[in-house]
Design a protein around this ligand. Structure first.
Ligand code: 5CA
Ligand code: ZN
Length: 409
């Protein structure tokens, strides 16, 4: 699939430092030291009801990760998927009486436009699950050959017990895993499984549902976790730097994905850090397609909200926090954007050399975007109250905010 156009990232004076970020697997901060090319996989959307503020907040977090790396003069190799065939997508298409392929294409197109408007850096490889199927089949066959997969009435399951490291991404106890498995696409109550948590790798063709020729696996379609693993291993290989997504993906999705990859390759770990963004809520409940309590990026854009203000609203919250979207959150961002634009539109101002370092420092410290915004707020307030004589300052502030926060002033 094609991704979306990249906005240019201005180079800043000096150089950023290595990112320290919270890793779900170890439960603490890790300092990432990628090679000259940093590698990141971020789980993409299931293309219906896109792009809501929860999606946008999660992609904003991983956009910041890349901006910090770019500021260290590294290149970034970024891969994202689209879950363009899955039960919830098929159910939505059925409910609305539309073709599931058309629904996925329309929503993916909208997502691209929203990402472009928000100045999110595009992945170099943007891969749909459907187009990944030819690469998925041999992986499932391999797992079966390794004795890590088994057949249950034509469906093929992964045996979680085949990975000695299973459980080390989310660190949950068995009861919590079982509960989350049932909530998030698993089938722990199905009779005949070796372990209730075992996830499906290949689902045999069902009447009235799309299916593909899986060679020795028979006709069917892939399970969710193996899709992301096939795409990540194909384009990034093992041991990549960051596996990213919202906190609702830690279990089962990233746990199972890591196990698939580790058994397939015999290597550990799949990723140096498993990074998870907090959940955005509306009216006290997690914003989710199933609940329908959604605020869409495209709806705000249609209402004339500047995408830069939407981005500032996301940045005002620490990526790991769970937070609530409100009209006030947006209004505060609109006000801040106005203050910043007024401050950088003057021909000179107070020196911004320290500001560049403050924004860098904030972001390398577990992506502390609120601290970065506070630093820019302080410069803008000084500009308003005292002004200054540095003719390079307003431009440097604009470039800093653009390069490190993705906001065009
Ligand atoms: N296609 C899968 C991943 S392979 C998927 O989870 N799709 S999604 O459309 O449901 O979500 C896309 C991304 O947005 C995921 O990282 C998910 O964790 C994140 N996300 C979903 N809802 C929220 C929310 N309310 N707040 C923050 N992030 C969210
Ligand atoms: Zn995924």
């Amino acid at each position: 699939m094609h991704a979306w156009p990249a906005s240019e990232v201005p180079a800043l004076p000096g150089q950023g430092r290595d990112l320290r970020i919270h890793d779900t697997a170890t439960g603490g901060l890790v300092t990432l030291t990628p090679g000259p090319v940093a590698r990141i996989y971020v789980c993409g959307i299931t293309p219906y009801d896109a792009t809501h503020m929860g999606h946008a907040a999660t992609y904003n977090a991983f956009d910041l990760v890349q901006r910090v790396w770019l500021d260290t003069k590294r290149q970034v190799h970024y891969v994202q998927n689209v879950t363009d065939v899955d039960d919830p997508l098929l159910e939505r298409a059925e409910r609305d009486g539309v073709d599931w392929v058309a629904l996925a294409e329309k929503e993916t197109a909208l997502f691209r436009e929203d990402m472009t408007a928000l100045r999110m850096l595009p992945p170099q490889h943007y891969i749909g699950a459907v187009e990944a199927i030819p690469g998925i089949v041999p992986l499932v066959e391999r797992l079966r050959d390794l004795g890590a997969a088994y057949d249950l009435d034509g469906d093929i399951y992964f045996s979680v017990e085949s990975d000695p490291h299973f459980g080390q991404v989310s660190n949950l106890d068995a009861a919590a895993m079982r509960l989350l498995s049932a909530e998030r696409g698993g089938d722990p109550d199905r009779v005949g499984k070796k372990n209730p948590l075992d996830p499906m790798l290949w689902m045999a063709a069902r009447e009235g549902e799309p299916s593909w020729d899986g060679g020795s696996l028979g006709h069917g379609r892939p399970g969710w976790h193996i899709e992301c693993v096939a795409i990540a291993l194909d384009h990034l290989g093992m041991g990549f730097d960051v596996q990213g997504g919202g906190s609702d993906l830690a279990f089962p999705h990233h746990e199972m994905g890591a196990s698939h990859a580790q058994v397939l390759t015999g290597e550990f770990p799949m990723a140096q850090a498993y990074v998870h963004a907090g959940m955005v809520a509306l009216d006290g409940e997690k914003m989710s397609k199933s609940r329908g309590n959604l605020v869409f990026v495209s709806r705000l854009r249609r209402d004339g909200v500047d995408p830069a203000a939407i981005r500032l609203a996301l940045l005002a919250h620490h990526y790991r926090a769970d937070w609530e979207w409100t009209d006030q959150v947006l209004q505060d961002a609109v006000d801040r954007l106005g203050r910043w634009r007024a401050a950088v539109s003057r021909p000179d101002g107070p020196s911004a050399d320290a500001l560049v370092e403050e924004v860098r420092e904030a972001l390398m410290n577990d992506l502390d975007a609120p601290a970065a915004l506070a630093a820019v707020d302080r410069w803008a307030a000084r500009q308003e109250q005292e002004g200054g004589t540095d003719i390079g300052a307003p431009g440097l502030v604009s470039r800093t905010v653009d390069a490190l926060l993705g906001v065009a002033l």
